[in-house]
Design a protein around this ligand. Sequence first.
Ligand SMILES: O=C(O)CCC(=O)CC(=O)O
Length: 370
Amino acid sequence: MTAKLPHHTTEGAPAAPALLLGSSVGTSTALWDAVAPELTTTHRVVRWDLPGHGKSPADLIGPGATVADLAALVLALADSLGIDRFAYAGVSLGGAVGLHLAAHHPERVESLAVICSSAHFGGSARWEERAALVRREGLASLAESAPDRWFTSGFTVPRLVDDHRNADPGAYAACCDALAAYDIRDALPTITAPTLVVAGREDPATPPAHAREIADAVPGASLTELAGASHLAPAERPEAVTAALRTHLTGTAASGMAVRRAVLGDAHVDRAQGNTTPFTARFQDFISRYAWGEIWTDPTLAHRERSMITMTALVAHGHYDELAMHVRAARRNGLTPEEIGAVLLQTAVYCGVPAANSAFAVAQRVLAEE
Ligand SMILES: O=C(O)CCC(=O)CC(=O)O
């Protein structure tokens, strides 16, 4: 039997890196209408609807739902689309799902953007009351007041307010249950994905202080505050959100990570990321941005030339563990065993015969493992 999945749309080249976009309570994939098309130039963009919102079935979740339940739906959706690792951006509850994924499934999340969201939604009482109200009376009155909660004065997006009115009350209330129970503050320091946090300066639901709390706790996270934006920044300031996401997704950390994976292999990078601790996270972020994002991405020299330079420097300094890794990288960058031998022979002249002797032993072992 096939499991039921959230409704989704996909845009962009199927072979491009995947970017999953999550929306907030009361809205739908339409929240991303003014942002997503621009991101398809670099990404396969998958937008998903919360249960009972947009075109998603309502019975994907029920009373007592959690953010973990929603995250499981996102992983099932990604699996169904053949997507292993993905960049993720989400607004409010959609952002909370992103934080959960990055904290509890780090092997799936390449990078994270948390927009107008929070690590806790201000205590459970408010959401318990709202869930009870919606279960009792439906969504009409809440939809009426949505523009005041979502946008700066005088601004609105009728399509999103319609989405709110037309959401399934039971599923909306279950999303409120998830917001009531959610508090991920303790796990924030364990997040290793490059993280961008975006706040709307006039957001009454998840004010900038909530964004700062996330950015202060997630190692290496960056923070952007948007003037003239309230809770639904992608709808109200789409150009600013697009620019922030574009820089985040294609900036040095992201492109560095892509090159690092191409040169060192997924297995090595996954292991390094999996072993990252709050103590080492800033160093991991630093090497992704600096060594890989600035130096190895510089097209002036080919990767095979950079491999030759790197092996030589590692021999010169006696870094033989790193040399083993870079002999594997050199093979991935197209050097033959003969060419690697020629590089090491030259190091005998410039770094010394004992250093080259140890290097040959390391390289021989690595090549024998192929
Ligand atoms: O609609 C609101 O009042 C804001 C709800 C909230 O903060 C959670 C969300 O937007 O996903």
